[in-house]
Design a protein around this ligand. Sequence first.
Ligand SMILES: NC(=O)c1ccc[n+]([C@@H]2O[C@H](COP(=O)([O-])OP(=O)(O)OC[C@H]3O[C@@H](n4cnc5c(N)ncnc54)[C@H](O)[C@@H]3O)[C@@H](O)[C@H]2O)c1
Length: 267
Amino acid sequence: MRVAITGGAGGVGSALAYTLVTRPEPFDVVLIDRGLERVTSHVMDLELLLEAGGVRAGSCPDVTDGDVLVICASASPTRAADNAPIIDEIAGRLSGWDGAVLVVTNPVDALTARLARTLGDRRRVLGYTLNDTLRLRAALPGGKDVWVLGEHGDAAVPIFSRVHPPVDEARRTDARAFVRGWYRRHVALDAGRSSTWTSATGIARMLAAMARDDGEQWVASVLLDGEYGLRDVATGVPVTIGPRGLVAIQEWELAPDELAALQTSPR
Ligand SMILES: NC(=O)c1ccc[n+]([C@@H]2O[C@H](COP(=O)([O-])OP(=O)(O)OC[C@H]3O[C@@H](n4cnc5c(N)ncnc54)[C@H](O)[C@@H]3O)[C@@H](O)[C@H]2O)c1
């Protein structure tokens, strides 16, 4: 699979490039950012580690060089307000290209919706929201079918009704507090960096799953068209994914409080 990463010299983009070149699958990676020097420096560093595939530096027009474009380009790792023009600038370069896009840049749900509307094809645009699920899995070690749906971040919705073995109310309260507390503690650090390692690992796993196209269960933000009673907003829902993006949205039967939280989660 050919993967173009825009924002490739940043924290998430460069960690993702490292994760992809050290995985066994043959990913061909193009790293794109505003300045060619910084991506070239990353590429010179990374090409010594290649397990399979390749890695090279690109410039902004090369966003169409992959089968999948991962958007990590951002005005700042933590300030999300300025990123809509960046998404619009990238969208302007995508005409005539029919690949899939994985949006990482925040606010990820709003930007996924914006890009899906611009491209006119919601199936090609997935938003990366898996980190919330990875945090809940850390809070419920050994649990099966542990997922977080809804808007990425503070309003995310842990889905306890599917977890095996079942989770009692006391553990639910602790797990909820861990997931919310993790996010708030990380934001409060104001450390000038995002969760680059979790994100890079999760994105690489999803890209490998898109290449495998084997029907495995994932979660991603998708522009909804009536699923879960929501329309024209993007939020995290259960999905299967393939090389061209969304394969299908699964409409799970949720507990009433979970469905209500999912329906009010998009802001
Ligand atoms: N969805 C998630 O779960 C998740 C997780 C972590 C980070 N994020 C978001 O991902 C984004 C990137 O985070 P980061 O820590 O890598 O930030 P960063 O500041 O380290 O990197 C952003 C990079 O984008 C580049 N850039 C800016 N404008 C560009 C453009 N028009 N074209 C190409 N490159 C451009 C910058 O030069 C920089 O290298 C942020 O918006 C962050 O909030 C989302």
